[in-house]
Ligand binder design. Sequence first.
Ligand code: GLN
Length: 456
Amino acid sequence: TEACLSAIEGAGALGAFVHKTPEIARAQAAAADARIKAGDAPSLCGIPMGIKDLFCTKGVPSQSASRILEGFKPEYESTVTSQLFDAGAVMLGKLNMDEFAMGSSNETSTYGNAVNPWRRDGDDTALTPGGSSGGSASAVAADLCLAATGTDTGGSIRQPAAFTGITGIKPTYGRCSRWGIVAFASSLDQAGPMTKDVRDAAILLQAMCGHDPKDSTSADLPVPDFEAMLTGDIRGKTIGIPREYRMDGMSAEIDALWTQGVDMLRDAGAKIVDISLPHTKYALPTYYVIAPAEASSNLARYDGVRYGHRATLASGEGINDMYEKTRAEGFGPEVQRRVMVGTYVLSAGFYDAYYNKARKVRTLIKKDFEDAFAAGVDAILTPATPSPAFGLGEMKDADPVQMYLNDVFTVTVNLAGLPGVTVPTGLDSKGLPLGLQLIGRPWEEGDLLNTAYALE
Ligand code: GLN
């Protein structure tokens, strides 16, 4: 804990930690020491971690990287973080992210962006750690903590993990409780660990998941021992390679990495089959209707009355002015865009054309995966991202849709509610990390992590 706290002090330029909690960390570390001495050490006893700012942590600022939650200190602890603390984890502080988890580069944060500790060979351009869990990825990759929590609505664990050369898993929807995690798109949001390797991911996920009566979508299913399932033996497993993921304009390096991943799994004894997921091309537009629709509804609660920031009113201004001014000042441009898109697709005149249509297409996307699994596929291998980490500011003047394209390989997994893991599998010609994604059957995270283990 002390080593991490001093590493964090020396790494301010990374912008990874947005609230540091050294007093809490030292108290938790002392309690962990006492448990070890008493011979009662749980699985994460004394493990120093960073917590994404989207998690409500009792008495500690939890701002979701938004100005509108300025000063908000929850009276309660999220289920996931309280389970981690019960397992002995130590909280070093809160980690940077895109505002309300909307973004793919950490540049929508009210704190300013986190920075990727990696650089291209011979080039000092600061790169994005990805998003929205950019602070988590940066902190783990730079050894500021041993692991971090992330959340993933459309790729926010898996894309930053790929950009920073770490491992990240989004479990099956319902595996981790969403209670106390600030809601973005409730039918897609899941928490998960971001770690240095697959074994750590298995240990962390074990502590984070399980049934929670406080979240009605939390699954009441037994949680297997994920770490015990890491045998590295994948002989006889069937791995599907979806042809629709071979997109136009995909870089030759990503393509080569994918082939290398296929070879590794084949050499380990898996059977490789070509599969089709025919509705893949509709996944991005479907996601960018459903996620903003749910976000516009979830974000209606930030009205200047209940939480955080409240605008100053001129004399004569009333409650409607207060709502409008507070939301105009408190939400950044990307969040405002999502609220507007979401309100539009849910409006009476457009509901059927957009929101209802998107829900139907979502069912088709889910069915594509169900068909593949029913045909005997155990896991699906794809690239995690269409490119390596890009330069901070590079997308500043681009059409917002350019940024959304980053999520092309990851959003399908959330729409279908499946588990997906990113593993670092190589470097590009400029020395930047690249990752591959494995998608698994629902509730089979243990099996999925074991396949990822074979790829590591
Ligand atoms: N980049 C995607 C978005 O902006 C995904 C974000 C996420 O998974 N939280 O919506």
